[in-house]
Design a protein around this ligand. Structure first.
Ligand SMILES: CC(C)(COP(=O)(O)OP(=O)(O)OC[C@H]1O[C@@H](n2cnc3c(N)ncnc32)[C@H](O)[C@@H]1OP(=O)(O)O)[C@@H](O)C(=O)NCCC(=O)NCCS
Length: 193
């Protein structure tokens, strides 16, 4: 997006890529991440982040809780349910569309991606091939263990447990426990109906 790596070319790239509205929102949320993400819980950091980010989300329920270090990107494309809890350094990227149900909870360092580079053509550089957006859907009552990564296009079914360190690239079954790289079923919370 930014071959020269000057501030001007960065803003030009943003405008070309996202248009004025999204580039503006991206700038505002970047500033909010910078200013409010480090605030400790003990000083009301979670409540302050909830207040500041609330108007930026496409939709957000009540009871949003967050630890320091979170990064929220493309909030205008994120719909989050009630009682969402984000642990330290969680990164949510809503670029291609991110929908999270109620009672989502995460361990530290979880990342969720909704876009990726096109790369198949070996005769062209990856950076010249463009990007593709793929929405992620997360059901109700999902727990993502520490360090897990949810890749673009995945649907995490209701009740799924994602084990620590898992890389999820396929849809999950309701109430399954998935782990490993790539993530596979390692158990069930209860028999699926
Ligand atoms: C997924 C998890 C909940 C499973 O707990 P559990 O059911 O008690 O798991 P067990 O220790 O009985 O292991 C069950 C199987 O899953 C496998 N497994 C457990 N954790 C795994 C992981 N992170 N990745 C891959 N496989 C895993 C075990 O090897 C075992 O396989 P086996 O039956 O072939 O030996 C737990 O291992 C985990 O990852 N917790 C996340 C902790 C965390 O992120 N905490 C942050 C606080 S929010």
């Amino acid at each position: 997006m930014n071959k020269e790596h000057t501030l001007w070319s960065y803003w030009q790239g943003l405008l070309r890529h996202f248009g004025l509205r999204k580039a503006f929102l991206w700038g505002v949320e970047g500033l909010c991440n910078f200013l409010f993400s480090p605030l400790p819980i003990i000083l009301g950091g979670s409540q302050i982040r909830s207040l500041v980010f609330r108007p930026m989300f496409k939709k957000i329920g009540h009871g949003f809780y967050s630890s320091p270090g979170i990064r929220l990107l493309h909030c205008y494309n994120m719909e989050i349910g009630d009682r969402c809890s984000l642990n330290y350094n969680v990164m949510l990227n809503g670029r291609g569309g991110l929908v999270i149900g109620d009672d989502f909870t995460s361990g530290p360092n979880v990342t969720i991606w909704t876009a990726e580079h096109l790369f198949r053509d070996p005769s062209r550089k990856v950076l010249e091939q463009g990007e593709i957006e793929k929405p992620v859907f997360i059901g109700n009552d999902v727990w993502c263990g520490t360090g897990s990564i949810i890749l673009p296009g995945v649907t995490i079914a209701d009740g799924t447990i994602v084990a620590a360190g898992a890389v999820v690239h396929r849809n999950t079954e309701p109430y399954s426990i998935v782990g490993g790289v790539p993530a596979k079923v390692i158990g069930y919370r209860k028999s699926s109906k």
